[in-house]
Design a protein around this ligand. Sequence first.
Ligand code: NAP
Length: 553
Amino acid sequence: MSSVLLDATTAPVRADGASEDMSFDAIVIGAGIAGLYQLYRLRQLGLSVRVFETGSGVGGTWYWNRYPGARFDSESYTYGYSFSDELLRDWNWSEHFAAQPETLRYLNHVADRFDLRRDIQFNSRVSSAAFDEATRRWNVTLDDGQRYAARFLITAIGPLSAYTLPRIPGADSFRGQAFHTYKWPQQPVDFAGKRVAVIGTGATGVQVIQTIAPLVGQLTVFQRTPNWCTPLHNRKITEEEQQKIKAGYPAMFELLRQTPGCYIHDADPRSVFDVTEEEREAFWEKLYSEPGFGIWMANFRDVLTDAKANALFSDFVARKIRQRVKDPKVAEMLIPKCHGFGTRRVPQETGYYEAYNLPHVRLVDTRRTPIERITETGITTSDAAYDFDIIIYATGFDAVTGAFDRIEFRGVQGQRLKDHWADGPKTYLGLMSTGFPNMLTIVGPHNASTRCNIPRCIEQNVEWVTELMRSIRDRGVTRFEAISEAEADWSRHVEELAAGMLYTQVDSWATGINSNVEGRNVRRILQYQGGAPSYRARCDDVAANGYKGMTLS
Ligand code: NAP
């Protein structure tokens, strides 16, 4: 497609003189849920778009995370795209919380159905992007040296895509198989009879552990910090439920627009202290028996904000863990002592605690006996040496800003985004940064999306960006940028919303901590905590007021 925004005479040509067009109205980085939808929308505007994707297929998170047990913990039907009635009508989710292969099939179906692949360049990792003030364009370079240009640059690189491995001496010497969960092989891994180690007990580790525990010869879990895990209660969707789900889509999406995280669960307006102890226990038993994140999001309103309320509920979940894990010593190891329920992402589990009742599953506390090195045959801690055939690193991500750091973004006068964000992100609406004109960061830092049922917030981000692009096209604008006061005001607003919240007092990826990355030991505010409806209202207000806080020229 030819460009509607670029002057053809200024378009770059390939050094070798080949005729392929290397310049576009917009370049999108990433072909996950966000990149696919952004491509679809920009194409509708008539813009020429090229999407660069590191993987060999679409799907982003769901392309990479093929580890055993990977599945949704949002209800499947709340997670799919909402923009196409036909897509909603035709696609049948098989389970209330679909597994990764089904989600990847879904995203491939979307790519095919809307003929998206022809504008996606796979196996293409963007290594750098530099804004050229003279041409008002972004020059984008891939790992292999290929260069492209576009008026606008849109990042859709995901909040959890920069995976991190522990800095443990000897890791390269291990002679067995070793995988990070994010870089899981496309071919099935044979666990039968194998001695397997899992390092990490976040939402990913929990899914892996509960899934492979019955399959392996021996499983050793290396846990540094236990998490508060609650039951997922997944099951198949019956034919009758399928019909109801489809008939209920309009009302459901309307509800999702109103809840803070765009989930079907919303906080109970009561305080923990409004009810008797018996009522409280009965309510919590009910939540514990229900599917999904209700226990986290539809709990008493003060469970996540009041330390005393939080301690009472944490105690309830601790009792559940003690009931489910037979060995009291192991149960105590699995009960978090340093953070309250819900102040870190709650892993949802299916038989996770029961896995520790199996005779061939053991738990190692790496705070008590730290991992000292990885050897050719296994893992050595301060008090024992363990031999393994497979080591699984479920060790997480350099979250939210990590993927940005891995690309050399250079804005006005060559300024690096990494330096601009060195003391924590500075953004306007979590969608742009001063000094980086014509660049938009879908699911970027300070954006509501990482506290969200993410496709819902992705759709909002993409639709806002698309309207901006429409306005720019119609007005003949070639450059936009966030004003620095607007950036400072937004960044302050995001910090103020998060101040005093219980989660900000805890180390986790959501507060920007990662022991495996140099310098990631200081908590940062990465997420907009005002809830998706307020975030949407603020974005809409900016658009309705002629994109206030931005210069458009
Ligand atoms: P994570 O929550 O950051 O967990 C990483 C785990 O590895 C933690 O237990 C961490 O311990 C441990 N770890 C890291 N480095 C270590 C080291 N050097 N030595 C020992 N232990 C180490 O990462 P994740 O489990 O991959 O989950 C990240 C996020 O992805 C989740 O919070 C969730 O938002 C998302 N996710 C979603 C789904 C879903 O939707 N179904 C599934 C999985 C994940 P510490 O806690 O002590 O740092």
